[in-house]
Design a protein around this ligand. Structure first.
Ligand code: ATP
Ligand code: MG
Length: 140
């Protein structure tokens, strides 16, 4: 398997819980190389664009309110099998179903305030990386 890139967000709930350092340590301990990283706040409109695939879901409005409710940390990560390996490290969307040792098991509050986002496929990783990072920021 060749190197693969993925995109992750430390969500507003995890930033408020002071979990940034712990989560980044998990990325590094699990073999992810950090290519780029930024802390920022996004608007409701930007959150709607980012999560456009979920526009018809009942939780869309609440999700985009949440994602624009405070600072987030966006990172571009690289490793072999990065997309699947990050999803495994994150744990299930609903922390009640997340395995021991996963980021969501440790930090998520509930199915919505679940601490971390990770790309779920190659095409979404490409879209999400380019949504948050310019080409020159990833040319490393
Ligand atoms: P993410 O895309 O953030 O990595 P995911 O891929 O595990 O999470 P999705 O189904 O893509 O889960 O949902 C996106 C986000 O929407 C979830 O991470 C969560 O914050 C929120 N969400 C998902 N399902 C629900 C739900 N039933 N009720 C409220 N919020 C939800
Ligand atoms: Mg998803």
């Amino acid at each position: 398997m060749t190197l693969q890139r993925t995109f992750t967000i430390i969500k507003p709930d995890a930033v408020k819980k002071h979990a940034i350092g712990d989560i980044i340590e998990q990325f590094e301990k699990n073999g992810f190389r950090i290519l780029a990283m930024k802390m920022l706040e996004i608007s409701k409109h930007q959150a709607e664009q980012f999560y456009a695939v979920h526009v018809n879901r009942p939780f869309f409005s609440s999700l985009t309110d949440f994602m624009s409710s405070g600072p987030i940390v966006a990172l571009a990560l690289e490793k072999e099998n990065a997309i699947a390996d990050l999803r495994k490290l994150m744990g299930a969307t609903n922390p009640a179903q997340a395995e021991e040792g996963t980021i969501r098991k440790k930090w998520a509050t509930n199915i919505e305030y679940n601490a971390i986002h990770g790309s779920d496929a190659e095409d979404t990783a490409r879209f999400e990386l380019s949504f948050f990072f310019a080409g020159y920021e990833l040319a490393i």
